[in-house]
Design a protein around this ligand. Structure first.
Ligand code: KG4
Ligand code: ZN
Length: 355
């Protein structure tokens, strides 16, 4: 079965085609994971940079412009036509309402025209299952650290649709902490990867920044206070903080990254211990951070924990993770694709409410 996936929840238009195992594979063989046939992505980052953040109306209009050409590109790469698609999947939420409506509307219109069923996917479930697209795919159960621009959560994952929230941020997400701190250092939106680049030349111990809720005894996070501390430090240091290539800028970037990474690392290790599990999955845009990966790899090796990440290019939003999540939900029998084209979207949608 071939599943077309469309992602349009924020500032990336992503389309992908995934194939599930052919029906009739003998049950004696180990279950095969769905396979990515092709994917294509258009990032709107450059367009939003002029405004310092995502402008929802511009995001929706750009999704409209990109989604069909990307679909044509994916089908061509996979040497398929629209008639080879069995299910059309789309991101139903969470995300920007107008942006979600573009993907949902196009997916339902395509499916209705072809007489094929549709399936709405939870964006965070896409991130969560994206490591199953990597060469080193995980196995259930595991603890997941979901770190994106809008969410920071630790989940216990026992299977597709079997998610238990262990803790989450009570204010800003880790990606937001990266982005807002980066802005203070003159790094353009979204800033996370730019700040990480600056941090490579800096001293992570140069400035003392808070590690919020590190000793809270639970798995919740808080990053709003850290952003304020970075702002106070930046004001003390003066305009050199914005000067590209200055040591002060690199040191503040490295100190900020160190604070975020330490909290994510220690809470993840504590969550693994609490859950009694030896497998960690890291997903979402911040999962691309090399310093986070380096420190998690070292801590996990020490504690005999296996750690899995999505391929670097699939850490941030993409269509492959949406097609993959749809395929895995269908394979696991958690959801049926439906011939119902009266779509709705869910801008707010807690992941642990999924079944
Ligand atoms: O998962 P994602 O693409 O979007 C959401 O669903 O929110 O995550 C985007 C976030 C942004 O905050 C971006 O700055 C951050 O991921 N990010 C990074 C890196 N690459 C992307 N943060 C730190 N280091 C990186 N290398
Ligand atoms: Zn995302």
């Amino acid at each position: 079965m071939r599943i077309l996936g469309i992602e349009s929840s924020c500032d990336e238009t992503g389309v992908a085609l995934v194939e599930t195992a052919a029906p009739g594979v003998p049950p004696s063989l180990p279950p095969r994971l769905p396979r990515l046939l092709a994917h294509a992505l258009h990032s709107q980052i450059e367009m939003h940079q002029a405004y310092g953040g995502v402008v929802p109306e511009l995001a929706s209009r750009d999704h409209i412009r990109r989604v069909l050409p990307l679909t044509t590109q994916v089908l061509k790469e996979a040497a398929c036509t629209m008639h080879d698609v069995d299910v059309v999947a789309y991101t139903r939420g969470p995300g920007l309402a107008g942006a979600l409506l573009v993907g949902a509307g196009v997916a339902c219109a395509l499916a209705a025209a072809l007489g094929k069923p549709v399936l709405g996917v939870h964006h965070l479930e896409g991130h969560l299952l994206s490591p199953f697209l990597s060469a080193d795919a995980p196995e259930f159960p595991f603890v997941a650290l979901l770190v994106s621009g809008g969410h920071t959560q630790l989940m216990r994952v026992d299977g597709v649709g079997r998610y238990e929230l262990l803790g989450e941020t009570i204010d800003d997400a880790a990606g937001e902490a990266f982005d807002k701190s980066a802005k203070l250092m003159g790094v353009p939106y979204p800033g996370g990867s730019g700040l990480a680049k600056l941090a490579e030349q800096g001293d992570p111990a140069a400035y003392k920044l808070p590690r919020p809720l590190l000793h809270s005894g639970n798995f919740d996070f808080s990053f709003a206070g850290l952003k304020t501390a970075v702002l106070t430090q930046a004001q003390k240091l003066g305009p050199q903080v914005m000067e590209l290539g200055s040591q002060i800028q690199a040191d503040l970037a490295a100190s900020t990254q160190a604070a975020i990474v330490e909290v994510l690392l220690k809470k993840s290790m504590a969550a693994l211990k609490h859950a009694g599990l030896k497998r960690l999955v890291v997903a979402g845009g911040v999962g691309a951070n090399q310093e986070l990966r380096r420190q998690l790899n070292a801590a996990c090796a020490k504690s005999d924990v296996r750690v899995h990440y999505p391929e670097l290019h699939l850490c941030t939003d993409n269509g492959a993770m949406i097609a993959m999540a749809a395929a895995m939900r269908l394979d696991a029998g958690r959801q049926q694709a439906e011939y119902r084209y009266s779509f709705d979207v869910k801008p707010r949608w807690p992941l642990d409410s999924l079944v």
